[in-house]
Ligand binder design. Structure first.
Ligand code: SF4
Length: 539
């Protein structure tokens, strides 16, 4: 998309004052906010709680108005003042509340001055007299009066114009480089400033929600509902699980499990995702929040998917072959197959057509699965586990049934990561959309299959967690029993919550977080802020 055919915001669309403040802090942050990304931080959580208390008329003194909605049609802005104090003569003082951590100096920053200047300008344009403004630092219990001059008013006008230009630009502004602002930025987890530079990350930027988890509902016949902020799971009249919804970053429903309408609504309200799978791990669907971010990038994703992106496809295949070869080298006895796969990996990086690339991927898969039995332990073979040929659904043996199941869980997890970025799981670059499958999610799964899914299955079989009795066979097809599914879900969760050193960015990251980092790299390529996609290649 070029600047000429980009669709600017409509003249009548007012800009939120908070968006202008983001622009003054960092134009990229304004872009991210305008794209609808949800971010989370300590300050924002405290701020939300504060707004909750200021929104309660019962706790407001008569001389304090809280909150107050403001608009300035000439400037084209709307906003909300935390508190407006009414003086004896009727003149107003605007007070902004700020939750700066106590360890930091309370400071009236430039974005705060601009925010106050715009709130005052809006109140004046509405016919009110304003004779003061201040910032109240809640954690420090400190009120700091702010004096605004003509310079601030002019700076605020320029900031509004700059914000409109940022929001209307066809591509995202580049991230700041080695800038202290990024260290305290609530948007670092979705902006990924150092990852965008594709350099080893020297100073780790802490991202949001490190403690939240994906919840798997896998007990057949159970029902999950929500009450008093907790997800409750009942089966046979008993409560079998209970956890706070704040700790949840997504739900995966396996087989015959019922969800209450209130729980589904709450999950969507929180912009989270639910993925439904069959008892064999096949993903049957998911729900997407209506307010997903990055609508413009999603359009670019579809355009690029139709046009084709061989560069992305090469990376997906190259990283997949590299990781298969590494797993084989570490756990198997197949030096020849590993050597052949390393050659195929190099040829994939230089493939000139999709047909050539898909041929190389198929050749590598044939080598990998031919050598797969060498990764089984003597103990597992003695128990009767064997692997002859890779088969999808229906599975021809226990190992294929386990692989199919974990591939399904992995796909559900990657779909959740893709949806969290606002991308469409269906528009991909390696897999075809013609098969009506979630092509982009399948693309991103490729580099994760060996180090996550295959590794989980091999571990569960080789260390005896899975036994032949965890499977059932009917007329030559094999399925997992409920206990086998639970063993694999637990092993999968241990794996994706474990950390590894990201080979491109050189920091410790969980496999689950890495799924979103990789999806956000695709997003960066699409919105113009990432030069290229780099797949994970484990060493
Ligand atoms: S992390 Fe840095 S570059 Fe990204 S939005 Fe925040 S301040 Fe801007």
């Amino acid at each position: 998309m070029t600047a000429d055919n980009a669709r600017p915001s409509r003249v009548g669309d007012p800009l939120p004052i908070s968006l202008v403040a983001h622009q003054v802090f960092c134009p990229r942050r304004a872009w991210i906010e305008a794209a609808g990304e949800r971010t989370d931080s300590y300050q924002m959580a405290v701020g939300t709680a504060l707004h909750g208390s200021t929104d309660d008329p019962a706790t407001a003194r008569p001389s304090n108005l809280r909150p107050v909605d403001v608009v300035d049609e000439d400037l084209g802005i709307v906003g909300r003042c935390d508190t407006v104090e009414v003086g004896p003569g009727g003149a107003l003082t605007v007070v902004e509340y700020k939750a700066t951590p106590v360890r930091r100096e309370p400071e009236v920053t430039e974005p705060l001055r601009i925010q106050l200047a715009l709130q005052v300008a809006a109140l004046r344009s509405m016919g009110h007299s304003v004779d003061g403004q201040a910032v109240y630092f809640v954690n420090h219990r400190l009120r700091v009066p702010v004096v605004l001059g003509a310079d601030d008013v002019e700076a605020a006008r320029l900031a509004v114009a700059a914000t409109r230009a940022t929001v209307d630009a066809p591509t995202a502004p580049a991230p700041l480089e080695d800038d202290p602002r990024c260290r305290s930025c609530s948007h670092a987890g979705v902006c990924l400033p150092e990852e965008r530079a594709e350099a080893p990350v020297g100073r780790r930027i802490v991202v949001a929600d490190p403690d939240s988890q994906v919840v798997h509902l896998a007990t057949a016949g159970s029902r999950a509902s929500i009450r008093a902020g907790r997800i409750l799971v009942h089966a046979g009249g008993e409560e079998i699980a209970s956890l706070p919804i704040e700790r949840v970053q997504g739900l995966v429903v396996h087989g015959n499990v019922d969800l209450s309408g209130a729980l589904i609504r709450e999950i969507l309200w929180r912009s989270l995702t639910i993925v439904w799978c069959t008892g064999t791990g096949r993903v049957v669907g998911w729900c997407v929040p209506g307010s997903g971010p990055n609508g413009a990038a999603r359009v670019q994703q579809h355009v690029a998917s139709v046009a084709g992106r061989l560069d992305l496809a090469r990376e997906f295949v190259g990283a997949k072959i590299a990781n298969q070869a590494t797993l084989l080298r570490r756990n198997g006895d197949a030096a020849n197959a590993v050597a052949v796969m390393r050659q195929l990996q190099r040829r994939a990086a230089a493939a000139q057509t999709m047909t050539e690339l898909l041929g190389l991927e198929g050749e590598a898969a044939a080598n990998y699965f031919a050598a797969f039995p060498t990764m089984l332990s003597a103990r597992s073979r003695a128990l009767g586990f064997e692997f002859r040929v890779r088969s999808g659904r229906p599975a021809g043996d226990a190992i294929n049934a386990a692989l199919n199941y974990v591939y399904g869980i992995l796909l559900g997890d990657v779909i959740r990561a893709v949806v969290a970025c606002g991308l469409d799981p269906h528009a991909g670059y390696l897999h075809s959309a013609n098969r009506n499958k979630p092509a982009l999610a399948l693309d991103l799964c490729e580099e994760l299959r060996a180090p996550v899914a295959d590794s989980v299955v091999l571990g569960a079989i080789n260390n005896g967690e899975l036994a032949p009795g965890d499977f059932t066979s009917v007329l030559g097809t094999t399925r997992l029993r409920e206990n086998g599914r639970k063993v694999l879900i637990a092993a999968y969760e241990r794996r994706v919550q474990g950390t590894f050193r990201h080979p491109v960015f050189d920091y410790q990251v969980t496999w689950r977080r890495a799924m979103e980092v990789q999806a956000r790299m695709v997003l960066g390529v699409l919105d113009g802020s990432q030069a290229r996609y780099a797949g994970i290649r484990v060493r």
